[in-house]
Design a protein around this ligand. Sequence first.
Ligand code: ATP
Ligand code: MG
Length: 236
Amino acid sequence: MTVEKVVQIDKLSFSYPDGTQALKDVSLEIAQGEKVALIGANGAGKSTLLLHLNGIFCRNGRVQILGMKLEKRNLKFIRQKVGLVFQNPDDQLFCPTVFDDVAFGARNLNLLEEQVTQRVTRALEAVGLAGFEHHSAFHLSFGEKKRVSIATVLAMDSEILVLDEPTSNLDPRGKKEIVQLLRKIDGTQIIVTHDLGLAKNLCDRVVVLSKGKKVADGNTEEIFHNQAFLESHGLA
Ligand SMILES: Nc1ncnc2c1ncn2[C@@H]1O[C@H](COP(=O)(O)OP(=O)(O)OP(=O)(O)O)[C@@H](O)[C@H]1O
Ligand SMILES: [Mg+2]
């Protein structure tokens, strides 16, 4: 039986309008249920790659999600399947209240409002923010905003979770809780992190980007064991 590939990227290159080439010929396949850590030094292209997974950047048909080409007519479907947590929560949160932010994606799934409320309650509990429904995200601390960002995708029950530094700025307990939470979720996860301990803890597979190129893809233990390799890519 062949394992279903939920993400297929074929030689993806991407340059920003100012000419900065952020990705060079990156190919990547991820099977259903895999938990993959995406690591690399600052500026390696990690966030740029993630932004291609739900069509924020939509280029030259080189990305497929669940067998669907990432192009305009498929965006609605793909955005229901891929829950993306941005690196910066200010890019994610734009509603007047925490409730509305967390409900936003779930409302797009055409659920009954009662089901949406249940999902929001459950997601906020999971990130340790029960009772924050009526706060304005604008006034929360950075770490609290990060938790709300994670709650927005939890409430969507997305098949593929894509998280850009989910534990940055979280306090130690918050970090532990997010790790425990992610471990309990069965679906496919792609996690960008600078925390190698977290990567090791959650992911059997690691992909390393360096200056826009994929320079390693394999077993986490093996890659992390190679100190010289990590050092040469600014990771140790
Ligand atoms: N909007 C933009 N315009 C021009 N260049 C950009 C833009 N966003 C990112 N870049 C550049 O693209 C490259 C990749 O950036 P990206 O944000 O993907 O890196 P990253 O691996 O996520 O880094 P970090 O660990 O700091 O989050 C960098 O050289 C960066 O300066
Ligand atoms: Mg980044």
